[in-house]
Design a protein around this ligand. Structure first.
Ligand SMILES: Cc1ncc(COP(=O)(O)O)c(CNc2cc3ccccc3n(O)c2=O)c1O
Length: 431
């Protein structure tokens, strides 16, 4: 793969930070090394001495004095080694990416820790998207992605989707505007990036089938574009997995990921611990070709420097205590029966929806309502119910949109029923 043609001028201009090189050199050196190089503060001056964090149903995480000094100090921009190696093992076990065995030049699988997958997305977009570029994505889509992409001045091209995710036939029809042979030509307008949320889409709850992913990947090969697989709801797929035995993952009932079919090293995958361990800890991961992950890390060096060392160490201790099998056993059970059995009678005559396949959202079309913005932002609060008007998930948020997004992660089944009873009243009043 010729990655140079995918980089923005800003990303191509980034150079390794000399200070960060020294930090990483020091971290790889024996304790006998005396460094007068890095401008790191002396942890003996820090007020925090140790910590013990109680874990539900498991052993406490202990940070004794030496570990606390490390936790409070600068660390490497890729992420701390023990967390990265744990995640690399998990990615290889779950997705068996062809790129794991590639050379660096061929796009060997590499990873870095990000401060939430939101940071990862933001830095990936800054690396790949120039003003005026054509970017493919299924809409509606995550409003945080639109917020990161639209200020870059790119041209967002909406690929139709349904309850099974992006529709390859529509993507093919869009791409027929271009000759694939032009893709590598300088100044070509052939799209170079496709963004999608393959599981438990936000806001739709839709998940892509294996067949659709394969068709999209073949189109990516034909027109030579990169795929950004934003998958924070991967572990929130409702089809139960019978075993936490990693070796069985190749037969798991879930559709394979784009990462697992990436023979060309053209997939950048963002994962997140927000929906399964903690959203406030801000831990995400990028998995992708080494030449591209390296450039994201250069941006991290010049911005956040690295994700909190303390947070990374805390999560790493938990994951090592659980082991990969324990992690999957602990975190794959995410069934909100209350919502999945959701079918309040009061609601079916005023709205329609598809049951979500994963994630935490329901995408609801309100019958007889042209645009939900005013209904939700002005009238819903009177009825003491709040949802997100669907327009915020569309490329043109001012276009009328009859949908609302409901999140079912924070409410009890009883609260959900009551909320929809109130919404049904609101819709009937409005009609
Ligand atoms: C598809 C997709 N990709 C990336 C992210 C970012 O997750 P991170 O790993 O935590 O950075 C998200 C998070 N989505 C949301 C976050 C959120 C935070 C506060 C309040 C509301 C929020 N609502 O509504 C959201 O949908 C997502 O849905």
């Amino acid at each position: 793969m010729n990655y140079a043609r995918f980089l923005t001028a800003v990303s191509a201009a980034r150079k390794p930070s000399p200070i960060r090189i020294l930090t990483e050199l020091q971290q790889r050196s024996p304790p006998s090394l005396i460094s007068l190089a890095g401008g790191a503060p002396n942890p003996n001056t820090f007020p925090f001495q140790s910590a013990s964090i109680k874990v539900k149903g498991g052993e406490a995480l202990v940070m004794d004095e030496p570990l606390m000094k490390r936790a409070l100090q600068y660390s490497g921009s890729y992420g701390i080694p023990e967390l990265l190696s744990w995640m690399k093992d998990l990615q290889k076990s779950l997705h068996n990416p062809p790129t794991a065995g590639y050379s660096s030049e061929r796009g060997q699988m590499e990873m870095c820790v990000t401060t939430g997958s939101q940071e990862g997305l933001c830095k990936i977009f800054e690396m790949l998207v120039n003003s005026g570029d054509n970017v493919l994505l299924d809409a509606p889509t995550y409003s945080g992605t639109l917020a990161a992409l639209q200020p870059l001045g790119c041209n967002l091209i909406n690929v139709a989707s349904d309850q099974h995710g992006m529709i390859p036939a529509d993507l093919r029809k869009i791409l027929e505007r271009w000759d694939p042979a032009d893709a590598q030509k300088p100044g070509s307008s052939v799209p170079r990036v496709l963004y999608t949320i393959p599981n438990g889409g936000n806001p739709t709850g839709a998940s892509m089938t294996c067949e659709r992913k394969q068709e999209v990947y073949e189109l990516a090969r034909k027109y030579d574009f990169l795929i950004i697989e934003d998958d924070p709801y991967y572990f929130l797929q409702f089809q139960k997995v019978s075993s936490s035995d990693l070796s069985l993952y190749s037969q798991r009932p879930w559709a394979p990921t784009f990462l697992s079919m990436d023979v060309d090293s053209r997939v950048l995958r963002t994962d997140s611990f927000s929906k399964i361990l903690s959203s406030g800890l801000r831990i995400g991961f990028i998995t992708g070709p080494k030449p591209l992950v390296e450039r994201v890390v250069l941006h991290i060096q010049a911005s956040t420097m690295h994700t909190s060392t303390f947070t990374q160490l805390m999560v790493s201790q938990l994951l090592h205590n659980w082991g990969p099998g324990g992690f999957l056993k602990n975190k794959l059970i995410y069934i909100l029966d209350g919502f999945l059995s959701f079918s309040p009678v009061c609601f079916v005559d005023v709205a329609e929806w598809h049951p979500p396949m994963a994630g935490m959202f329901l995408w609801i079309k309100l019958k007889g309502i042209k645009d939900t913005q005013q209904l939700i932002m002005e009238r819903a609060l009177e009825k003491e119910v709040l949802l997100v008007p669907g327009g915020v998930f569309n490329i043109n948020s001012s276009d009328p949109c009859p949908y609302v997004r409901a999140a079912f992660s924070l409410s009890t089944p009883q609260q959900i029923d009551e909320a929809f009873r109130r919404l049904a009243d609101l819709i009937k009043d409005a009609m």
